[in-house]
Ligand binder design. Structure first.
Ligand code: CAA
Length: 417
């Protein structure tokens, strides 16, 4: 019998401050509806230099271990997905390994491909366990990033930051993955990039949306073909994508999930062999179905709307939000997940929600993770953005969290937890 492998539990860490997106719009002289209705945002996480991608990753991983009573002696692999690493050579994974005092007998590495790096790491872990090479051990996959475009840029309202830690095992209480069904699509494009030495990303914003939708279509069609071969979906009165209970997307800003969902539906409508809308206009209209979006996507976006973009962690924040909102109702149901990384690579995969998902999510205590945050003014947000990255303010870490304390001769020292 095939092994059941997937995500057993997760934990989330976010910066302790956020800015209200309407405050930001007003400060920029923009109609707030552009950021709320137009981009789908409500709040945006604001980090200070003490909350770098290492401290957020270590906080999420420590929280996962503590909340879910993880047996660290069984962890055989630690992968960090990130596109905002802090060193060209030393991985964030080794920092996390040291800060959490994890056993030495494990494989540790970072995985980088823009926002896709976390999913690449997750698949390495899942396939390691599924192959039997893990020999009963578990894997810790941490997605961590600070999304930063800069003050007064078009990307500014789509910034954010945070980390999601995932425990991968043969007890997939959150999501048993359909190993091997994944559809992938790659192309060499310059849609979003961050040259070495730059703090802010460069992005060709509208083109990046086109690249996302194009790669996603290839990935979805690849998954659909394999899912059909295995009889998991079929051409029916319902479209194949409608046969998934929910579909979660990479969420650079919430409106993107709506565009992505319309694209998945358009793939089905274009390829459908049975009767359906016959003109391109009618297909476009049917693809944008509000009812389908409300039923399959809307509830996954609660956390993303309040945190903003978290690059590698965005899809996993959507998974957390979805299971937080509907973990019990989705037990034993198949959901789809779409990961996108600029540059670019997209991957569509699926899995079945576990019966203990609601219980596991209750332990993740996401309401209090967000409730502890402090709303700051736009002036304070701008002050934090302008602080040098290598001189963190001397603030005592909250209990259970890590902070960058200082950098001495290029060596990063962390305090806390
Ligand atoms: N009321 C309501 N809606 C309004 C409005 C108003 N007053 N004014 C504008 N809008 C709507 C627009 O119609 C538009 O909606 P549609 O896309 O549905 O037409 C939306 O608000 C945004 O308006 P614009 O397109 O004019 O916004 P913009 O040009 O200023 O920038 C952006 C938008 C390109 C997304 C920019 O924020 C950006 O570059 N963000 C970073 C790049 C990004 O997130 N790309 C996503 C794909 S790449 C990826 O996914 C990887 C990753 O994580 C980065």
């Amino acid at each position: 019998m095939k092994k059941r492998v997937g995500i057993e539990a997760l934990a989330v860490a976010v910066p302790r401050r956020y800015v209200d997106i309407e405050d930001l719009a007003r400060a920029r002289g923009v109609d707030p509806a552009k950021f709320t209705a137009g981009l789908g945002a409500k709040e945006m996480a604001v980090n200070d230099p003490g909350e770098d991608s290492v401290s957020l990753a270590a906080t999420a991983a420590a929280r996962l271990i503590q909340q879910q009573s993880v047996d660290t002696s069984k962890i055989g692999m630690l992968v960090v997905g990130t596109e905002t690493g802090v060193d060209h050579s030393k991985p964030i994974a080794s920092h996390v390994h040291g800060l959490l005092k994890l056993p030495r007998s494990m494989r540790t590495f970072d995985s980088q491909h823009a926002c896709y790096g976390g999913t690449a790491g997750l698949m390495a872990a899942v396939e390691w366990i599924a192959s039997g090479a893990g020999a009963g051990r578990t894997a810790l996959v941490v997605c961590t990033d600070i999304a930063r475009y800069g003050l007064k840029t078009a990307g500014e309202p789509t910034q954010g930051g945070g980390a999601v830690a995932l425990l991968v095992s043969e007890t997939p209480d959150l999501l048993a993955m359909d190993v091997g069904l994944n559809g992938v699509c790659t192309s060499d494009v310059y849609d979003f990039w961050r040259p070495v030495g730059r703090r802010e990303a460069l992005v060709d914003g509208h083109y990046s949306i086109t690249c996302y939708l194009d790669a996603m279509a290839g990935a979805y069609r690849g998954w659909r073909q394999r899912a059909m071969e295995q009889g998991l979906v079929r051409w029916d009165s319902k479209l194949p994508s409608e046969q998934l209970s929910r579909i979660l997307y990479h969420v650079p800003f919430c409106k993107m999930a709506r565009k992505a969902h319309a694209q998945v539906r358009l793939c089905d409508l274009e390829d459908a062999t049975a009767s359906g809308p016959t003109t391109p206009e009618a297909r476009d209209e049917a693809a944008k179905s509000q009812a389908s979006y409300d039923a399959q996507v809307a509830k996954s976006l609660g956390l993303n709307a309040r945190v903003g973009n978290v690059y590698t962690a965005s899809l996993y924040l959507a998974l957390a939000g979805q299971l937080h909102a509907e973990g019990a109702a989705l037990a034993n149901q198949r959901i789809g997940l779409l990961s996108y990384g600029s540059g670019c690579c997209a991957e569509f995969y699926s899995g079945v929600v576990g019966e203990k998902a609601a219980e596991r999510m209750a332990r993740a205590d996401l309401d209090s993770v967000l409730a502890k945050r402090e709303r700051v003014s736009v002036e304070e947000y701008e002050r934090l953005m302008n602080l040098p990255y290598d001189a963190p303010e001397a603030i005592a870490p909250e209990p259970g969290t890590f902070r960058l304390a200082e950098i001495v001769e290029h060596r990063r020292k962390y305090a806390g937890a």
